[in-house]
Ligand binder design. Structure first.
Ligand SMILES: [Zn+2]
Length: 495
C-alpha cells in the first residue's frame, strides 16, 4: 500500500459523509422544492454514489449524428468489423489473465509464475495516490468517449436518445447513454451501435499512442528526448543529495557502463546493476602500493572490512588474484572509491579480465553496490548502497529541457497518454467479454441470432445459446475479479 493511501480514502469517505449530511439537511429544510430541483437536474445523491442524468447534450449529439452520414456509415461499419475481429483476442486475453493469476496463486512457491495481461489498477495499492487525478480524469474521458460512440452510431441509425448519465461510485466514474427503440432495428444495425463504444476506445488508444510516440517531435527544440534523463528532484535525506552527489537539472547518461537514454533504460540499467554481481576494477600494482590505506582486516556484519570506520570516501577492495600467479599484492586494500573508478582501465569479474593489471572488487554487504552514475559534461557521481534506493530517491524526466521551460508539461502529457492507453484498451477488452451488463452480452446475442439464422427456428433456442455463452463469460470475469482481489490481498498482507 502506498504511503498516505489510508488518509486519502478517509478524506474521500468524509467528503461523501458531509455531502450526504448536507443533502439530508436540505431535504429536511427545503422539502419538496429541493427534491424537485434535484429531479429536474437529474441529480441523485446516495451513500458513496452520485448520479447525474441529463438530456442537455441530446441536441448536440443529434446534430453530430446526422453530420456527413456516408462518412459515418463507413466509420461505424469499419469500427464494427475491427471490433468483431478483436473479440476473440479479448476473450483470449481474459482467459490468459485468469489462468495466469490462478497459476501464480497456486504455484507461487515454485516460482512458476506468469504475468497476467490484464491487471486492474487500484489507487493506493498499485497506483500512487498522487496519480489519482489522472486516474479519475482518464477513466471519465474513456467512458464518455465510449458512450459517445454508442450515442452517435444510434442517432445515425435513427434512434432517439433519452439522455446521458454519469455515475461516480466512490472515486470510480462511469458513463452511460439511454437509447430508445433499438430493438426495432435489424441485427447488423444493432451490432454497429453495440460495437461503436469499443471502436471509439480502440481509436482513443491508438490516438494516445500516436501522441506519445510523436511527443518528442512535437516538443522539439524546447525538449530533447533519447539523450539521457534529467534529474527533477532528489529526496532530501538521500545520500545522493549530499556534496559530490547529484543535483537537480543534471543529465544522467549512464549507470555502471549501461547507457541511459530514456525512462525505460534508466529503470532497466538500475535493475541490471541490482541483478548482476558486483564487478571489480582493473588497476595497476603501482596504484595499489601508492594508495592503499588499509588497517587491520576484520569481519563486520559478515563483510570483510579493511578501512578505518571514519573513512567515508574509501572502500575495502578484495584482490581477485590469478590462480597460477603468486600473490604480489595484499588480499584486501583500502582505497579511495573515486580514485579507483577514475584510474581503472576496465571492469572485471575475474583476474583474467585484466591483462597486465589486477582485478580489485569492492568488499560490500549483500545487495550493496558501488554505482557509477555517468553525467553529461561532468565527472561521475558515485553511490554506495542498494540500487533500488536510486529509483526511490531520484526523480527524473526523460524529456530534457533545453530552455528554461519546466519538464512538468511533457511529463504530464506523457503520463496522461499512458493512462489513456491503459484504460481505453482495458475498457475495450472488458466490454467485448460476453458478460451481463456489458456490450459483449448484446454483441453475443446479436451474433448468435445472425449465425444461427434460419437453421434454428425457435427464438428461445437462440436465446438459450447466447445466454449460455453470457453465463460462461460472466463466470470467467467473476473468477478473474476474485483471483485479482485475492492476490492483491495476499500482496498487501505480505508487505
Ligand atoms: Zn458500451
Amino acid at each position: 500500500m502506498f504511503a498516505g493511501s489510508y488518509h486519502f480514502f478517509i478524506v474521500i469517505a468524509l467528503c461523501y459523509a458531509i455531502l450526504y449530511l448536507i443533502d439530508g439537511l436540505l431535504k429536511f429544510w427545503l422539502g419538496s422544492s429541493y427534491v424537485v430541483l434535484q429531479i429536474s437536474h437529474g441529480v441523485k445523491i446516495k451513500p458513496f454514489i452520485i448520479t447525474w442524468f441529463t438530456s442537455y447534450f441530446n441536441r448536440c449529439i443529434q446534430k453530430f449524428g446526422t453530420w456527413r452520414p456516408k462518412f459515418q456509415k463507413t466509420w461505424f461499419s469499419l469500427g464494427m468489423w475491427i471490433t468483431l475481429f478483436c473479440l476473440p483476442f479479448a476473450v483470449y486475453l481474459t482467459l490468459q489473465s485468469t489462468c495466469a493469476l490462478f497459476i501464480n496463486i497456486v504455484w507461487k512457491e515454485t516460482k512458476r509464475t506468469t504475468s497476467p495481461f490484464l491487471k486492474p489498477v487500484v489507487p493506493g495499492v498499485d497506483l500512487p495516490i498522487s496519480d489519482v487525478g489522472y486516474y479519475i480524469f482518464t477513466i471519465l474521458i474513456c467512458c464518455i468517449f465510449h458512450e459517445l460512440g454508442h450515442a452517435i452510431a444510434a442517432v445515425r441509425e435513427g434512434i432517439h436518445i433519452t439522455g446521458i448519465g454519469l455515475v461516480l461510485f466512490f472515486i470510480f466514474p462511469v458513463a452511460y447513454v439511454q437509447l430508445e427503440g433499438t430493438e426495432s432495428l435489424s441485427a447488423i444495425k444493432q451490432i454497429r451501435i453495440c460495437c461503436a463504444g469499443v471502436w471509439h476506445n480502440i481509436v482513443l488508444t491508438f490516438l494516445a499512442y500516436l501522441i506519445l510516440l510523436f511527443l518528442p517531435w512535437f516538443i522539439y527544440p524546447f525538449y530533447e528526448y533519447g539523450n539521457g534523463v534529467q534529474v527533477t528532484s532528489i529526496h532530501k535525506n538521500s545520500p545522493l543529495s549530499a556534496e559530490g552527489g547529484l543535483k537537480v537539472h543534471e543529465i544522467i547518461v549512464g549507470i555502471n557502463k549501461c547507457r541511459v537514454t530514456n525512462q525505460d533504460t534508466w529503470i532497466k540499467c538500475i535493475y541490471q546493476v541490482a541483478k548482476n554481481p558486483a564487478s571489480g576494477y582493473c588497476v595497476s600494482s603501482e596504484f595499489i602500493h601508492e594508495n592503499d590505506e588499509s588497517v587491520r582486516v576484520r569481519q563486520q556484519h559478515n563483510v570483510v572490512e579493511c578501512c578505518r570506520n571514519d573513512s567515508l570516501s574509501k572502500i575495502c577492495f578484495e584482490y581477485l588474484e590469478k590462480g597460477d600467479n603468486p600473490i604480489e599484492l595484499p588480499q584486501y586494500s583500502c582505497l579511495k572509491a573515486r580514485l579507483v573508478v577514475e584510474q581503472s582501465t576496465a571492469s572485471c569479474s575475474s583476474a583474467e579480465d585484466c591483462s597486465g593489471l589486477h582485478c580489485f572488487r569492492p568488499s560490500l554487504a549483500n545487495g550493496t553496490k558501488l554505482i557509477e552514475i555517468e553525467r553529461k559534461n561532468q565527472n561521475k557521481a558515485l553511490f554506495l548502497g542498494y540500487p533500488n534506493e536510486i529509483l526511490h530517491d531520484v526523480h527524473i524526466s526523460e524529456y530534457i529541457n533545453t530552455t528554461y521551460f519546466t519538464t512538468t508539461l511533457p511529463n504530464m502529457v506523457a503520463k496522461f497518454c499512458n493512462f489513456l492507453i491503459m484504460f481505453s484498451a482495458g475498457i475495450a477488452v472488458l466490454n467485448l467479454i460476453p458478460c451481463f451488463f456489458l456490450d459483449g452480452q448484446h454483441i453475443t446475442r446479436l451474433l448468435v441470432n445472425i449465425c444461427l439464422g434460419k437453421n434454428v427456428r425457435l427464438r428461445k433456442n437462440k436465446l438459450a445459446v447466447s445466454l449460455s455463452i453470457t453465463i460462461l463469460g460472466s463466470f470467467v470475469l467473476v473468477i478473474y475479479a476474485f483471483l485479482t482481489f485475492y492476490s492483491m490481498f495476499i500482496t498487501l498482507s505480505l508487505s
